[in-house]
Write a protein that binds this ligand. Structure first.
Ligand code: MN
Length: 299
């Protein structure tokens, strides 16, 4: 029997990245900290980047996670402390494994306006993989699969019969699912995963519920399929994974377990002990001050 369960909607909050750029933060939220190992999700744009320098996020460190960069429009130049300098284009997957620690910088690729739109997600690494060597992979060729009138592009894991080549460390899925016109689709789901879906563009119904832009639809474990329909060209983003049992401590750009780990990573950054990014025309981002007392998750 196929089951398409009721969805729970979680409204994203507008977050300022500090340079005036605003994004919609869909994870973590008070009502929904994570979905599988997906512990952070920002949805942004379309942002006008044609007239100015565009997006410029200076060198900053990460530990304990993988970052996923996926663009709908525009181009981003990724640089990291391993020496990678890669232009990420719409439809590509950029997957950076921070593990024990990596620094990266991201900026609008030169001359690639006028619009930037995409998502930035973090995957928490499980306990036994948290201190793995840092690495970066860029996937331009990703499998696509027809789902009714939609096309699914599989970024992470397996959807229907298509499997991404990207390496992750816990049971996960991520896909962009798009239509060129009005369409319906039945998307098969792993029943032991929890899932989240949101609209990147267009008006979309998920299991019969209209999804406004900036709202995450959460589907608890147990569902074997998801019904999507749209009356116009549309694009949704789907993430899922087996519920992640480890308690996470997210602070700044670190995914840790304890206050001591965060403090140690912050000290390493402030002491210049991470391998630096070469070639970025700008200053590294200083860590915010530590609050007094033990750290707790900030939402
Ligand atoms: Mn980053």
């Amino acid at each position: 029997m196929s089951l398409s369960l009721a969805i729970d909607t979680v409204i994203g909050r507008v977050a300022d990245l500090g340079d005036g750029t605003t994004v919609t933060r869909l994870l973590p939220r008070r009502r929904r900290r994570s979905i599988g190992a997906w512990c952070f999700a920002d949805d942004y744009g379309p942002l006008p980047v044609g007239d100015g320098p565009g997006m410029r996020v200076g060198p900053h460190p990460h530990i304990g996670l993988q970052t996923v960069t996926f663009l709908v429009a525009g181009e981003v130049l990724h640089r990291d402390g391993l020496g990678n300098a890669v232009v990420v284009r719409p439809g590509d997957l950029a997957l950076m494994t921070a593990g024990s620690g990596i620094v990266h910088a991201e900026e609008s690729a030169p001359g690639t306006g006028p619009i930037l739109q995409g998502v930035q997600l973090w995957i928490a690494l499980p306990g036994d993989r948290r201190w793995t060597e840092p690495s970066f992979s860029h996937h331009g060729e990703l499998p696509e699969i027809e789902l009714g009138g939609f096309v699914g592009r599989v970024l992470i894991g397996t959807l229907a019969s298509a499997t991404s080549p990207a390496a992750v460390h816990s049971p996960l899925v991520a896909a962009e699912i798009r239509s060129r016109s009005s369409a319906t689709a039945t998307v098969p789901l792993e029943s032991d995963y929890e899932h989240g879906v949101w609209s990147l563009s267009g008006s979309v119904r998920v299991n019969g519920t209209l999804l406004e832009r900036g709202t995450l639809a959460y589907i608890a474990p147990g569902a074997t399929e998801l019904l999507i329909d749209s009356a116009e060209p549309s694009r949704v983003f789907l993430v899922g994974g087996r519920p992640f049992e480890e308690e996470l401590l997210l602070w700044w750009n670190f995914v840790a377990r304890t206050s001591e780990e965060v403090t140690a990573a912050r000290s390493r950054w402030e002491a210049g002990e991470f391998a630096p990014v070469v070639g970025y025309d700008g200053c590294p981002i200083p860590a915010p001050p530590l609050p007094p007392g033990r750290l707790t998750a900030r939402l």
